[in-house]
Design a protein around this ligand. Sequence first.
Ligand code: SAM
Length: 447
Amino acid sequence: MADVTGIENPYDELAYRSLPVEWSAPEQLAVTSLLHGGPRMRLDSYRVLELGCGDGTNLIALAYYRRHGEFVGIDGSGRHIEAAKARATRLGLDNLSFIHADLREATTRTEGRFDYVLAHGVFSWVPDDVREALLHLHHERMQPNGLMYLNYNTLPGWSVRGLVRRFLLAQTAAVPGLRARTEAAQTLSSQLAATLMSSEHPYSQLMAREFRIVADAELTYVAHEYLNPENHAYWRSEFRALALGHGLAPIADADFTHAGGRSDPALDGWLETEGIVGCALEDTSDLVRYRQLHSPILARVDGSRSDATPEEVGALFVATTLTEIEPTTTVPALFRHDSGETLEITDESMRAGLSGLAALWPRGLRVSERFDDVAAIVDDLRLLHRFGLIDLRVVEPHDFVVRDPINRLNALEATEQRELTSAYHRRSPPTTDAPAETPDVTPAAVT
Ligand SMILES: C[S@@+](CC[C@H](N)C(=O)[O-])C[C@H]1O[C@@H](n2cnc3c(N)ncnc32)[C@H](O)[C@@H]1O
């Protein structure tokens, strides 16, 4: 059926430029699940299915470094799948395949069960029946203790963006062609942002900020976020109910160590204590924090759940760029992170455990090798991890076996003028031979 833009598939008209999603890497999903009491995942071999994989950017980078995994991508855009296959062929990857199919056929077009099911940029951007198929798929295609990752536009914060979208759709409706319509929307947004900025009124400032986002964003993102006929936002409680209706429960936000995905347990606790709950605490929390997106990891409701033990945390790897500003053997000690953040450490075992790790970055060491009494410092480690100041990892992606004499993935990415993706599934500008590891850290203070 033709949509409001007058074409069958907006992604075939204007291809989406995808990016690798750091927190969708199997080992990242596995550590997040472990730290939130979810299923424990196998990491020596596994199967990954990506629904709505676009031009394959995410899966190709995953598959390149993870020859021990099998990767399958499905997308309804012939243009996307063609591009994905061409890139996978150039890299000679035999652990990766792409299927051109509608997501409503994903169960019949694939075989066996997958440990990880990924769907980034899909749930909110498809009609209801596709969304239902996506949530249903785990019954036949996900391992009983597998993980599903997806993201969705979240109310009430996204309703502001929804107003801008509605306006831009109407304002550009007469412009023929999605590219030209997007260019018109960006030009208009730039003008509006500049005009609104001159007003000090908070509403004008908010709108100026929203229009600035449209003006500055990548063209294909604007096309498919703002001008796509499908875009549905959900309250978090509404999403939870939808997932539960399909036998899935959220474990945690996959991006909980990043500024955009971080929760605020202190604020949530205060809201609860004060009885400021509204319809649901999670919705009120999103309301007061202007949250516009959630990226949950889901597991089967009847799957295993148990808190991570000190032994399990001890078996993780810890890595960091935190460097002691004036090396000492006493506390309090001041550390600086690559992000510019400074941190005062008051516990001697924490100081001793962290000092010297920066020299190994991006590699880490086993937590149990650095800390004698893991149970005593486990909460502090989790806090530092949540604020992106240390990495806790289930495996060291540096040790993945890739026998290419040169990094062919990065060479291809450079040719395509993309950022370079590392084994840790992080992106960095193509300025150095080896991509640097640059964790995304917020300016929030942790002391
Ligand atoms: C916003 S893009 C996201 C692409 C990629 N996952 C990313 O995050 O960069 C949405 C993708 O879902 C695909 N898609 C949308 N509806 C679909 C459907 N019914 N069946 C298969 N693919 C679909 C589109 O072709 C497009 O590649």
